[in-house]
Ligand binder design. Sequence first.
Ligand code: ATP
Length: 258
Amino acid sequence: MVKDAAVAARAKGLTKAYGSGETQVLALDAVDVDIARGRFTAVMGPSGSGKSTLMHCLAGLDTVSAGQVWLGETEITGLKERDLTRLRRDRVGFMFQSFNLIPTLNAAENITLPMDIAGKSPDPKWLEQVIDTLGLRDRLKHRPAQLSGGQQQRVACARALAARPELIFADEPTGNLDSRAGLEVLGFLRQSVDELGQTVVMVTHDPGAAAHADLVLFLGDGRLVDEMREPTAEAVLERMKQFDVARQVVAENPGHRA
Ligand SMILES: Nc1ncnc2c1ncn2[C@@H]1O[C@H](COP(=O)(O)OP(=O)(O)OP(=O)(O)O)[C@@H](O)[C@H]1O
């Protein structure tokens, strides 16, 4: 059990292997990580370093090969699929690169859909606050096709926030947006942490996006290799360049692991 109330999610010795035998890929190699409650954490690293796998394992979307994962005080490793589904539904919000909005429903209906499916009614005060924070008040009756990409992503953000989840996982939430809309979404995620007390974990390739976080975790070859507090885009970019240098060293010295 995780007794530390400041920890929203925790992994210990988290290992994830895909496949078996010679083709086995070790996507995560004994990762230990604490996700701080009420903070904005970004996860970065080169392509294939295990970012999405880490997020999926922390969110209970994927099983682990070894190690333990907790969401709040609940150990999720070993939970049955049915319990895991309920836990995700009740305690976790998701934002993906594709917004996954339902085209036939308007913005308001999309926002409350997960709660409707779960048979829950949103806390009206909280929902109003989310809608106003995200500037969606005058867009609630619009269907997705009548909204800009940035507005659609804001609806997806509101949908993730509506049930007031303990934790929001965002996988490249700005990946499909132009830079202005992307900045808007990052601003809203930041605001949801600062003003609404949310906990956000975001996977991103973009140093500028990572700079909106309180903490950046760097993954390399399935291991947590570094972290940076109060990141700036420049510092994150510099750190990412070191991965290229390390790769070059490995390429020039086969058998040596950076
Ligand atoms: N379903 C799968 N089956 C086999 N291998 C997989 C699977 N999912 C991921 N992998 C492998 O695990 C490793 C980590 O993948 P992951 O998607 O977590 O990386 P990532 O850092 O998110 O990459 P990217 O930045 O390119 O999205 C990669 O080598 C990938 O090929």
